[in-house]
Ligand binder design. Structure first.
Ligand SMILES: O=C(O)C(=O)C[C@H](CCCc1ccccc1)C(=O)O
Ligand SMILES: [Zn+2]
Length: 337
């Protein structure tokens, strides 16, 4: 990771603000948005840090915490609370399904609450070490105030729409607004959508792994509330349970205001707001993946999708998750291995 060397004028950040992990990481390529390399990499479902775009220009100077508090409106916002700095996402719909009958087997470390923006901003300003951390994560919707709507309309929509069209993405499903405290971490997970991740304020370090690293990142079972999230705690990897984690190879970058990171669908990503870097503001652009034509050889993300479908089908018929492993083992060991 190269931060600004000493003689540069604006001190952006330094490596002491990054959490330390035992990972082999290469840099994510960075290109200006008009460089043809950007589309070359997107076409190959490879991550790329896109610089110099005007995508969220209308928000860059305006979306301070004060401005957002004043203009985001009075409705409740989705805010996650965590007893530590990790905000491991959980799917509430999977907390009470029949597969884990009682639904009591799982207690998330973070919890979701509905909070007014003013309360969120107050807690953000008055936060003391040892208190619960907070992280606002809310899809932008029609309840925002008129000036936010104006800023949103002024996003460079031709830029993102050109990517959607050129790369056959599906429709835009949401723009999620993230307002994070410094130091917050979203642990490693993948999403099934294409993502243009636009940084508006502060610095975020993003570590990405390609879908072919599935075996090294040990995702929770599909029925689990932490579906799509890695079971490995990057801060204290349990190499006994997850021995292949040692082989994982990733790429990383630190995004700053104005940068847009393309996170290809099914790519694993870990996101952290730099320690001592102040609050961060991001808006993402999630697009459906678009039509999947089965061309051979299959792409790694297609194999992940197939594995997900096999897991879902087996759980549907076996009902009890404890029977899935033994059945797959007897099907594969000595026959396909
Ligand atoms: O934009 C993305 O995809 C990110 O992962 C951004 C990430 C927060 C994501 C929270 C989350 C995780 C899993 C499922 C749904 C939502 C951050 O910036 O901290
Ligand atoms: Zn994500």
């Amino acid at each position: 990771m190269t931060s600004c060397d000493k003689d540069c004028d604006k001190k952006r950040w330094d490596s002491s603000q990054l959490r330390k992990y035992d990972l082999g990481l290469e840099p994510i390529p960075r290109y200006h948005y008009q460089d043809p390399k950007v589309d070359e990499l997107i076409k190959k479902n490879q991550p790329v840090l896109i610089t110099g775009s005007k995508l969220v220009e209308s928000a860059l100077q305006k979306w301070s915490l004060e401005y957002l508090e004043k203009n985001l409106g009075k409705s409740g916002y989705t805010v996650y609370l965590s007893r530590n700095h990790k905000f491991k996402y959980f799917d509430e719909k999977k907390m009470l399904t029949k597969t884990n009958q009682k639904g009591v087997e799982f207690t998330p470390i973070s919890k979701r609450v509905d909070m007014k923006v003013s309360d969120f901003m107050k807690r953000l300003k008055e936060w003391k070490r040892g208190e619960e951390r907070i992280y606002l994560q809310q899809p932008l919707n029609s309840t925002v105030g008129p000036s936010i709507v104006e800023d949103y309309m002024k996003f460079d929509w031709p830029f993102v729409t050109s990517k959607k069209t050129k790369h056959n993405w599906g429709e835009l499903t949401s723009n999620v607004l993230f307002i994070s405290m410094e130091g917050n971490v979203t642990p490693c997970h993948y999403d099934e959508q294409q993502n243009l991740f636009a940084q508006i304020h502060g610095y975020k370090r993003c570590i990405l792994f390609s879908p072919d690293q599935f075996e090294y990142l040990y995702p929770h079972p599909v029925y689990h509330p932490h579906d799509r999230q890695s079971m490995v705690d990057f801060e204290r990897p349990d190499y006994a349970r997850f021995p292949k984690f040692r082989n994982v190879r990733g790429v990383e970058t630190v995004i700053e205001p104005g940068d847009v990171l393309y996170i290809p669908k099914y790519w694993w990503h870990h996101v952290e707001s730099l320690m001592r870097g102040g609050p961060t503001i991001t808006v993402n652009f999630w697009y459906k993946g678009g039509p999947t034509t089965l061309e051979y050889p299959l792409m790694d993300h297609q194999k992940v999708s197939i594995m997900r479908n096999v897991e879902k089908m087996l759980l549907e018929v076996l009902q009890d998750p404890k029977e899935v492993g033994p059945l797959l083992r007897s099907m594969v060991i000595g026959r396909y291995t």
